[in-house]
Every structure is written in C-alpha cells, then in structure tokens.
Design a binder for this molecule. Structure first.
Ligand SMILES: O=C(O)CCC(=O)C(=O)O
Ligand SMILES: [Fe+2]
Length: 347
C-alpha cells in the first residue's frame, strides 16, 4: 500500500523538518514520526505485555480496575462510545494516568498527583498485578514518549514561528499535573455474541472521533492496520471519505516503526484552527488483508491542567484568528467536557 502521510524524522535538524511537520499538521493533521529513540525490542516487549494482560487476565479481575471519572483504568468492550451517533466501540483498553514524567511514577493517588488534600471523590488508582511486575517498562516508556512529544512540540513552535520557541513545552512540564494518558488497546478480530448484532456496523472498532488533547503518539504492528483518517466528504461518499494509515517501517536499523502522530482538539483550539484535529476511526474486517487482533499503544498528550487556552503568540495564528472571539477555558475544563461525552457511566 502506498503511504499517503508524510514521514518526518525528528533526529534531523529542526530547521530542516519544521516546514514539513507544520504542513502535515495543517493539511492532514496526521503524520509518521521516525528517528524517535524506541528500539524494536522495547516496543515488542510492550506489545507482549499488553497481549498478556488482555488475553490472560480474567474478566472479573479486569473489572476490579474499571475506568474512573479521572480517565484511569480498564475499559471493557461496551463502555466507550467515541462517536455518540454510532454503536459502542468493540475494543478493550487500559489507561495509565496521573504520571510524573520526571520520576516515572504513574497512577498516583488523585490528591497526591494534584498536590492537595484528599476528598471523597479522589481515587487511589491501583495498578493490576501484571503491570506491577513491569513498572519500570511502563515508566520508562511514558517518560520517553513525553520527551518525544516535547521534541515534536518544539519543532512545531519553530514551524509556527511562535515568538518563544519553548511556548508549548513550558505548558507541558513533566512533573506537573495534566491529563496525559498512556494507553494499551486491543481490538479483537471476532465480535462477541453478547452484543446485539443488528445495532452496529460490525467492522467499526472505534467510532469516528477527534482526540481531545495536544497531540497523540501511537505504535501499531505490522498486519494489524485499521486506523483511518477522514480526508474526504463522508456525507457524500461514506467509503471514499476515509484514508487508511498503512504500516511503514523505520529508516533506522533496529528502531521501532515510526510513531503515528496526530494533533488533538486542544492544539487546534489553541492555534485558532491553524493545526488540524482530524476525525479518525478504527475499522477492519476479517478476510481482508488483516487476520489478527489489532493492538495499539497510545500516548495522549495534554498540557498542564491550569493552562489557559488563549491563542498561541504566532503571526500565523494571529492572521488566522482575525474576527474570531477570544476564548478563556483551561485545559482541565476542556478535558472534563470531552470525557463526560465519551463514557457511558462513571465507575
Ligand atoms: O488504536 C488506534 O489505532 C486508534 C486509537 C484512537 O484513535 C484513540 O484511542 O483515540
Ligand atoms: Fe483517537
């Protein structure tokens, strides 16, 4: 399959990649990022852990860690509905959150993470045994993903000619409370009979949605494609409106495949729409080119909770903003609004 997305190698000098990165972010809102520092071995270990957790943990044990209003924990097959007009998504996931990217501590107690006194609404955010045994791998991966995201944001600042090149990274400090989530996902190939077969399109694994945060970094595996981004008019042509994200390998020997990177609502909002938050979904059908469950490993990047979403100080953004009203919500308010619409019920 040919690749419709740009590949940007972040190990190259910033000046040579800021243009292509900005162009991808404005036009498609999606790109591949190569030249990260994840080895194939490391990413294989993560996928192996994810597979073991999802396939070897009994359902009742998984449900002891059911996702909470803070977006941390296990989501079972019918708990999440990314496209509210469509059926429930057919997938399962585990979200790690409340992460300090300086120390690598994750799933911190809500009160501790936010540096305040405990309230009855706070959660302890326990970690399942299988993940407890691999704390170091999860910590290390989260920290590296955060650092990679910061590199991308720095290149993006340069592309946007933001007056302060550290504008974005200053609002994503590694040890400050934010909505960043590290997520393991599994989309099984065969649908469960427990779901009413007439009420959904059986090939849609995650309904069409945009991501909420600043940007999203994703690892996928060869032969398990299915992610699609909207590139055309789906109202006119439901099939042709979608473009597949193919599997591509790294140009660097021994490195994991490029990360699929997309920009979220928050960065789009922050730049008054200069950067695109593109609608995407997961769709695959048995018997096509894919014969396997899809596993993905995703990192959702969010700015610090208190960040006010006022337009980024860039000439490009200012030109784009003319006549548009200024907005004053914070990153935390924006996130809460989106989470409320996504989950069926709070655990
Ligand atoms: O697993 C994938 O490929 C997509 C995941 C995704 O879009 C999401 O969880 O927001
Ligand atoms: Fe997404």
């Amino acid at each position: 399959m040919s690749n419709p997305l740009k590949v940007v190698d972040i190990s190259q000098p910033t000046a040579s990649i800021s243009g292509p990165l900005l162009e991808a972010a404005r036009q498609q809102g999606f790109l591949f990022v190569d030249g990260h520092d994840f080895s194939q071995e490391e990413v294989d270990a993560l996928f192996a852990l994810s597979k073991r957790f999802f396939t070897e943990t009994p359902e009742d044990v998984k449900n002891q860690y059911a996702i909470k209003s803070n977006n941390i924990g296990y989501t079972h097959f019918t708990n999440e509905q990314l496209d509210p007009r469509k059926a429930w998504d057919f997938k399962e996931a585990f979200n790690f959150g409340n992460i300090n990217f300086k120390t690598g501590t994750f799933n911190q107690d809500d009160a501790a993470f936010n540096g305040r006194a405990r309230t009855p609404e706070d959660h302890e955010n326990a970690v399942p045994e299988m993940f407890e045994a691999h704390r170091e791998l999860i910590s290390q991966t989260s920290r590296k993903l955060h650092a990679t995201a910061m590199r991308i944001l720095q290149v993006m600042s340069q592309g946007l000619e933001v007056e302060d090149p550290d504008f974005f990274t200053k609002k994503h400090r590694p040890d400050q409370a934010s909505g960043c989530v590290f997520r393991m996902l599994r989309y099984p190939l065969i649908r469960s009979d427990a779901v009413d077969a007439d009420s959904y399109d059986a090939t849609i694994r995650a309904g069409a949605h945009t991501d909420y945060g600043s940007l999203t970094l994703l690892f996928q595996r060869e032969g398990q494609q299915g992610l699609q981004l909207q590139t055309g008019d789906c109202e006119k042509d439901a099939q042709q409106g979608w473009t597949e994200v193919p599997f591509v390998g790294s140009q660097h020997k021994g490195l994991a495949p490029p990360l699929v990177v997309n920009f979220g609502d928050l960065l789009s909002y922050w730049t008054n729409g200069v950067l695109k938050s593109t609608l995407h979904r997961v769709k695959f059908s048995p018997g096509e080119t894919r014969e396997l469950d899809r596993y993905s490993i995703v990192f959702f990047v969010h700015p610090e909770h208190a960040t006010e979403l006022v337009p980024v100080p860039s000439k490009l953004v200012a030109e784009h903003s003319k006549g548009k009203p200024a907005t004053t919500i914070t990153a935390a308010e924006h996130l809460q609004e989106r989470l409320r619409a996504t989950y069926a019920s709070e655990a």
